[in-house]
Ligand binder design. Structure first.
Ligand code: URA
Length: 212
């Protein structure tokens, strides 16, 4: 059984119907369907105030999946993740890891902007979870990078502080997909003295992906 099927089965999603569809086509179909569903979603009140659903962007077959917190003002207006100041810093971090937006996939724990850029609440995160879980299954990444505490809490169900979560290799559910917690670029913009610590995160990432 492929890892994608294992992940879907873990989520109690029936995969028997997939067997006659070539893998690549099935992924594309499912990804497009999921995105369409998200674009029409009104499962939580964020749908009342959004301009655009920010589903995610990048390579749907990426080895590296990056998960942020929630769309902000610029993202809500453009429909793309991390296009504001934090996004520019994220581009630099990617560049330091010899990556670019073309060979990673970037998304958020919720796909609609919380008003006034507040943190998404647990109801909003839960309403949106099937979209993020679906993206993870379909992309089937080799590594997941969680930007900041909200993403870490969502994926690890933990309330440990960032100081405890950073610098360690975690795993997605009961799979062998490693997950790393990085500082959120918006936090680094607010606390420039912490920027040097990103280098440790990058080195940890390199030590895991070396040779893959
Ligand atoms: N911050 C996030 O967490 N996600 C975005 O898409 C933009 C800013």
């Amino acid at each position: 059984m492929s890892r994608k099927h294992e992940l879907l089965n873990l989520m109690n999603i029936d995969t028997s119907w997939m067997k006659n569809i070539p893998n690549g086509k099935m992924n594309l179909l499912s990804f497009n369907n999921l995105e369409l569903e998200a674009k029409n979603c009104d499962a939580c009140s964020l749908s009342n105030t959004r301009n655009n659903v920010v589903f995610g962007k990048g390579d749907q077959k990426a080895k590296v999946l990056i998960i942020g917190e929630a769309p902000g003002k610029d993202e809500d207006l453009s429909g793309e993740p991390f296009v504001g100041r934090a996004g520019k810093l994220l581009n630099e971090i990617l560049f330091s890891m010899k990556l670019s937006r073309d060979n990673v996939y970037i998304t958020n724990t919720v796909k609609c902007r919380p008003p006034e850029n507040r943190n998404p609440n647990s109801d909003e995160i839960n309403s949106c979870s099937r979209f993020l879980d679906g993206q993870i299954s379909l992309i089937s990444p080799s590594i997941i990078i969680l930007l900041g505490k909200v993403a870490a809490e969502r994926l690890m169900n933990t309330s440990e502080p960032m100081s405890f979560l950073r610098g360690k290799v975690h795993y997605y559910k009961n799979t062998d997909i490693p997950m790393l917690v990085f500082y959120h670029p918006a936090y680094l913009l607010r606390s420039p003295s912490e920027k040097s610590k990103v280098w440790d995160d990058i080195l940890l990432m390199k030590s895991i992906t070396h040779g893959s």
